[in-house]
Design a protein around this ligand. Structure first.
Ligand SMILES: [Zn+2]
Ligand SMILES: [Zn+2]
Length: 349
């Protein structure tokens, strides 16, 4: 049996790079050699405290750019050995009401590479037919670096969120949270035609990182009241769209308070399980005609758009990927990310 290097998480905060068996080629899927794999916020949560869909020991990683090295005899996709792929890790059932309606992001039986199948923080990964079936895999254009193609997954989720919120020409958009997701939202809102984009965080060093993405203003909520600040910045009108990309429940309360009449509030971030009922003033929702929208994950069309956005230079992935590590240095890199010192880290096996 041949071996490969892979990240193995044995328990919360106990992980290392180990030799493990190389995955077998799925007869109906493909075997890929990983070129780059990102580490995202949800991976950090899993490293810290585990995940409801994961039993340790386990190999995580769901933000992959990889090259096809073998194709199963029963694989029906058009993929060829040597193709470089950006892999949207979600598999949809194709049979539930939502899949039939084309709303894959709401699939009742969504599964994910790195959760239901071993992930991409390894030299090789097996991509089963389920991950290929609904077009969540894109060929990487020539010239696009693997470390940049690997971050297609978080961008896909942002594309879905802003599509649902219909971020449009002329909008004033406020984003809570200046992590990688907040930074993607800044660039995406501008690409969709928002005239002004403001970002709010309580961490000054993260706001400084987000400033590189060209927001029209940053607000440190540890220093000033963000609702008042947005009121001043919008001449008392409020924001057309507020995107909550932080788990802090107070952000959602404030998002409702700072939305303009007819405004849209997007709950992008999940909240802590036992603290997910913030005291929203529903009279504001009622009298101001607000719309509260929840989104998570994405569908294949969002994945396709995400790659095009990178290709068109509309999402500045060079600024997003602040750290590139060798997979051998995973422990060091992950600890740096766990300490909040990395905007987006990508690992190269
Ligand atoms: Zn991710
Ligand atoms: Zn489905």
């Amino acid at each position: 049996m041949s071996l490969m290097k892979a990240v193995v998480v044995e328990a919360p905060l106990k992980f290392s790079v180990q030799q493990v068996p190389k995955p077998a080629l799925p007869v109906d899927g493909i075997l890929v050699k990983v070129e780059a794999c990102g580490l995202c916020g949800s991976d950090l949560r899993t490293l810290r405290s585990g995940h409801r869909h994961i039993t340790f020991p386990w190999t995580i990683g769901h933000e992959l750019c990889a090259m096809v090295v073998e194709k199963g005899d029963a694989c029906t996709g058009s993929w060829r050995v040597g193709d470089r792929l950006a892999i949207g890790p979600l598999a949809y059932c194709g049979e539930c009401d939502f899949c039939k309606d084309g709303r894959y992001e709401l699939c009742e039986n969504q599964r994910e590479l790195g959760q239901h199948w071993p992930g991409g923080l390894a030299e090789y990964a097996a991509i089963p037919a389920a991950c290929i079936a609904h077009g969540n895999i894109q060929r990487v254009p020539d010239g696009m670096e693997s470390v940049h193609a690997a971050v297609i997954e978080p961008i896909s989720s942002c594309v879905n969120a802003q599509e649902k919120a219909n971020v449009s020409l002329g909008d004033t958009v406020v984003i809570f949270g200046s992590g990688p997701i907040g930074c993607i939202h800044i660039a995406l809102a501008k690409a969709r035609g928002a005239f002004r984009v403001f970002v709010i965080d309580i961490d000054e060093s993260r706001l400084r990182m987000a400033a590189a993405f060209g927001p029209d203003g940053v607000i440190d909520a540890s220093q000033s009241n963000p609702v008042e600040a947005i009121g001043v910045l919008t001449g008392g009108k409020g924001a057309d769209v507020v995107i909550v990309a932080t788990p802090a429940p107070v952000a959602t309360v404030q998002a409702v308070e700072m939305a303009r009449k007819g405004g849209r509030i997007v709950q992008f971030g999940g909240m802590p399980q036992h603290d997910s009922k913030p005291g929203i003033d529903m009279n504001l929702v009622h009298y101001r005609g607000l719309t509260i929208i929840g989104t998570s994950t994405f569908g294949p069309k969002h994945n396709m758009t995400a790659l095009r956005l990178i290709e068109a230079g509309l999402i500045p992935v060079k600024k997003l990927v602040t750290h590139v590590f060798s997979l051998d240095d995973f422990v060091e890199g992950a600890n740096l990310a766990l300490a909040g010192k990395v905007l987006k880290g990508v690992f190269i096996p």
